[in-house]
Design a protein around this ligand. Sequence first.
Ligand code: SF4
Length: 109
Amino acid sequence: MKEKNKEEVRRFTEMVAQKQGWVLSQDTALYEDLVTGLMVNWNRYGYFLCPCRDSEGSREKDQPIICPCIYARPDIQEYGHCFCSLYWSEDFARSGKSPQGIPDRHVEG
Ligand code: SF4
């Protein structure tokens, strides 16, 4: 598995945001932390495990929380950003609000 560097991970997040019609976190320090987290996870697990959740032990079990996770769309719709606040809606970015802690749909059951 070829290791990824931060630039490659940034490009991945830009591609996802563009494809989904989302925008990247406007908090640049947070954005860089999340990019680092994604890079570390890729280089450790071989897939983009969500940078703010723990692995459940296998790629199969982690499937719902591989970025962009299956919860991103409903979270962005409901709260304006995903659980980690990596991806925001355009409306949320325009609002000037800061992301808040939101419930993790992955542990709700
Ligand atoms: S919450 Fe979902 S979309 Fe956001 S960084 Fe984690 S896996 Fe990616």
